[in-house]
Ligand binder design. Structure first.
Ligand SMILES: C[S@@+](CC[C@H](N)C(=O)[O-])C[C@H]1O[C@@H](n2cnc3c(N)ncnc32)[C@H](O)[C@@H]1O
Length: 228
């Protein structure tokens, strides 16, 4: 069994069990006026994939918009618990075991992919490229990708060791991910260069939240799937 996946299973099925509040930036993406093109088509009946949904907190929000909710997680138990959670809110969901680079869904299926703080767990360039290709494959042409990933000032990077281009071995003593290698894009320019093969209209923003003892620094991205 993959040790990192087991740690996530413990984290979401024990420590974080029951968390239901969606990420604020995601609410702004969908409900704000920052990206008017989304609203024009409406959300009712759209198919959304929540990659690495954790407790399903963002999935609940997607369900509340009227979308059909799908998701992948690394362990069966996380999927089971997530679907139970969605059901308790009155939303049907289809959660399956998978990863960024292995999405168990057919081609051209989704209108939206939400990848929230997840893609960097693919620890090398080859897997990142595969993940981006997978996002492209399962999204419909013209579908939207909404993504957040770690930016340079994030506390998780403190004490990390660079082991390859964009690859950081986590060194933070207090974190259960210590020792894992993550892929970070380092700058908006790199994000654009990695995604531009399969996505157009790429916008990259940044959200930095300083919580006294922990800095949550993330790049956020929205992009349109190319019809190749
Ligand atoms: C920081 S949490 C984010 C959870 C959720 N997206 C959110 O925003 O609250 C990262 C999630 O990614 C999952 N994960 C870890 N490795 C993954 C991989 N290779 N592919 C997809 N998901 C992964 C973990 O199980 C965990 O639920």
């Amino acid at each position: 069994m993959n040790q990192a996946f087991t740690k996530w299973n413990n984290f979401y099925c024990q420590e974080k069990k029951g968390m239901v509040y969606p990420n604020e930036s995601l609410i702004r993406f969908f409900k704000g006026t920052y990206m008017p093109a989304y609203k024009q088509q409406g959300y009712e009946g759209m198919k959304a994939l929540d990659v690495g949904f954790g407790t399903g907190n963002n999935s609940i929000f997607l369900g509340s918009l009227g979308m059909d909710v799908y998701g992948v997680e690394v362990e069966e138990e996380i999927c089971r618990q997530g679907m139970e959670q969605l059901e308790s809110f009155g939303y049907k969901s289809d959660f399956r075991v998978g990863t960024n680079s292995n999405l168990p869904f057919e081609d051209n299926f989704f209108d939206y992919i939400v990848s929230w703080d997840v893609i960097h767990y693919e620890g090398c360039e080859q897997k990142i490229m595969k993940a981006i290709e997978e996002y492209h494959r399962v999204l419909k042409p013209g579908g939207w990708l909404l993504l957040s990933t770690v930016a340079p000032k994030h506390t998780i990077l403190q004490g990390s060791q660079i082991v390859d281009a964009h690859c950081y071995k986590i060194g933070l003593e207090s974190d259960f991910r210590k020792g894992q290698v993550f892929f970070y894009f380092d700058s908006p320019g790199y994000i654009k260069s990695y995604f531009s093969k399969y996505f157009s209209d790429i916008s990259v923003g940044r959200v930095t939240l300083d919580y006294f003892t922990y800095t949550n620094d993330t790049f956020i991205l929205n992009a349109v799937n190319k019809d190749l």
